[in-house]
Design a binder for this molecule. Structure first.
Ligand code: URA
Length: 433
C-alpha cells in the first residue's frame, strides 16, 4: 500500500477498499505514515466524502486500533448513549439511572468538558470520592451487580481516532460528516455495548448548526451502527439554548437531582424521557409506546432516584450530597444579571453562554486548568418568556471576582429580546432509527 496512491484515488473521488483503510489506519497509529500525508488525505475526504461502506470500515479500523471492551456477558441488553456535546447537558446523570432502573444495562464511558461544552466525567467528580476510573473487571462487576457504571474513557480506547482528531483540529478538517461520524462511532463500537443511542445536538451551542446537517450526521452514524451489527438510533435535539437552567458542574448535578426527585425544568425532563425511552426500547425489546410508559413510570415512582443513589455510592461518591445538595457549597461571588429592556426572550446563544461559564471557572481554558465545581450560571429565562426591564435573567456563580463583568457582558449580548411575542420552540426535532 502506498499512501500516495490512496491520496490520489480519493482526490479523484474514488472509493477506498477495506484493506486500504485498515492498513492505512494501522500504519498511521504506529507512526509509519507522516502527518503531512494523512492531512492531505483528510482534506481529500473533506471535499470528496466517503461512501457508507468506506465510513463503516474507517470506523471499525479506528475502533479496533486499541483496547475494546467485551460486554458479551450482558447479551443484547447493554446500551450506551452519546451526546455530540452541548451546554447544560446533564442528561446522562438522569437517563442512565432511569434506564438501568427500568431493566437496561448501562455500561458507559464518558468524556470531560471540551471548549464551551461540559462533560459528564467532570460533573460526576463534583461528588467527593466519586471514582471515574475503574479497572475493566471492576467496571464489569459493578455493571453485573447494579446494572450501571459510568467511567472516563480508557487511555487506549481508539488511539487512531485520538491521533486523527488532533490532526483534524489543526488542519481545518473537523467539520466533515464522515469524519465526525466515524470518530464518534469508533469510540462507541470500542466501548462494546449492543445498542447505541445518539443525542445529536443541533443549534448555536452544537457542532451541527441546522436540523438538516444534524440529520445528515445522525443518518451517517445510525448507518455505521447498523453496518457494524449494533442496534443504533439517534435523536436530534435542540441546542440553540442551554438545556435546563443550570450550566456548570455542581449546579448541573443539583438540577439533575431535582429532575430525579420529580421536579426540575420541563425541557430537560422532556429530552431525558425521550432518550431514556429509546434506550429502554432497544435494550429491553419493548415497543415505542411501552418503553415511553416505562421510562415515565420509572422516573415518577422514584425508582430512578433510588438507582442514582446506589450508583453514586457504589462508585465511591459521598451520597450525603444527594440528600443535601447544599453540601456542594456556594461560590464566593453570586451576581444577578438584569434584563435591560421589556419584551419576550427570543434566543439565548448557547455557545456564548457556555463560554461565559468557562470564564467563571466551570470549564478549562487550557488542558491543564482545574475546574471549580461550584462555578457556573443559572439561566432562569427561556425563549417565549415575557420579561420586564430589571428582571433577573441569569445568576453568575464564581470565586473569580475579576471574571464577573466580562461574563455579564457575554450573557447580555447572548440573549436577544423581542418586542413581539415569541415562542419556546421545539426540544426534539426528529428521531432516526
Ligand atoms: N466528537 C468526536 O468525538 N469526534 C468528532 O469528530 C467530533 C465530535
Amino acid at each position: 500500500m502506498r499512501m500516495y496512491d490512496i491520496i490520489e484515488k480519493k482526490k479523484h473521488g474514488g472509493e477506498l477498499c477495506r484493506d486500504e483503510i485498515y492498513e492505512m489506519i494501522k500504519l498511521y497509529t504506529e507512526d509509519k505514515i507522516p502527518d503531512y500525508q494523512m492531512s492531505s488525505l483528510l482534506m481529500a475526504i473533506y471535499f470528496k466524502g466517503m461512501t457508507p461502506e468506506e465510513t463503516s470500515n474507517l470506523t471499525d479500523a479506528m475502533a479496533t486500533s486499541g483496547d475494546t471492551v467485551d460486554l458479551s456477558m450482558f447479551g443484547d441488553r447493554s446500551v450506551d448513549k452519546h451526546s455530540t456535546g452541548g451546554v447544560g447537558d446533564k442528561t446522562t446523570l438522569i437517563v442512565t439511572p432511569i434506564v438501568s432502573a427500568a431493566g437496561g444495562i448501562v455500561a458507559k464511558m464518558s468524556g470531560r468538558g471540551l471548549g464551551h461544552t461540559g462533560g459528564t466525567v467532570d460533573k460526576l467528580e463534583s461528588f467527593p470520592g466519586f471514582k471515574t476510573s475503574l479497572s475493566p473487571s471492576e467496571f464489569k462487576n459493578q455493571v453485573s451487580e447494579i446494572g450501571i457504571a459510568v467511567i472516563g474513557q480508557s487511555a487506549n480506547l481508539a488511539p487512531a481516532d485520538k491521533k486523527l482528531y488532533a490532526l483534524r483540529d489543526v488542519t481545518a478538517t473537523v467539520d466533515s460528516i464522515p469524519l465526525i461520524a466515524s470518530s464518534i462511532m469508533s469510540k462507541k463500537l470500542a466501548a462494546g455495548t449492543h445498542s447505541i443511542v445518539l443525542d445529536v445536538k443541533c443549534g448555536s451551542g452544537a457542532f451541527m448548526q441546522t436540523p438538516e446537517k444534524a440529520r445528515e450526521l445522525a443518518l451517517a452514524m445510525v448507518k455505521i451502527g447498523k453496518l457494524r451489527g449494533r442496534k443504533t438510533a439517534a435523536l436530534i435535539t435542540n441546542m440553540d439554548i442551554p438545556l435546563g437552567h443550570a450550566i456548570g458542574n455542581a449546579l448541573e448535578v443539583k438540577e439533575a437531582i431535582e429532575v430525579l426527585r420529580g421536579k426540575g425544568p420541563d425541557d430537560l425532563r422532556e429530552v431525558c424521557l425521550a432518550l431514556s425511552s429509546v434506550m429502554i426500547e432497544l435494550s429491553c425489546k419493548l415497543t415505542q409506546g411501552e418503553a415511553e410508559k416505562l421510562a415515565r413510570e420509572t422516573l415518577e415512582s422514584g425508582k430512578a432516584y433510588t438507582q442514582f443513589i446506589r450508583w453514586i455510592e457504589k462508585q465511591g461518591g459521598d451520597v450525603s450530597y444527594v440528600e443535601n445538595p447544599e453540601k456542594f457549597g456556594k461560590s464566593k461571588f453570586i451576581k444577578e444579571v438584569y434584563a435591560e429592556k421589556d419584551g419576550y426572550i427570543l434566543s439565548c446563544n448557547a455557545e456564548r453562554i457556555g463560554i461565559a461559564a468557562v470564564s467563571l471557572g466551570a470549564g478549562r481554558a487550557t488542558k491543564d486548568d482545574t475546574i471549580d465545581f461550584k462555578a457556573g450560571i443559572i439561566m432562569d429565562k427561556k425563549p417565549g418568556d415575557k420579561i420586564s426591564r430589571g428582571d433577573v435573567i441569569a445568576i453568575l456563580h464564581t470565586d473569580r471576582e475579576n471574571a464577573l463583568a466580562e461574563a455579564e457582558n457575554i450573557i447580555l449580548s447572548a440573549i436577544k429580546i423581542s418586542d413581539v411575542k415569541t415562542d419556546s420552540g421545539k426540544m426534539i426535532y426528529d428521531t432516526v432509527r
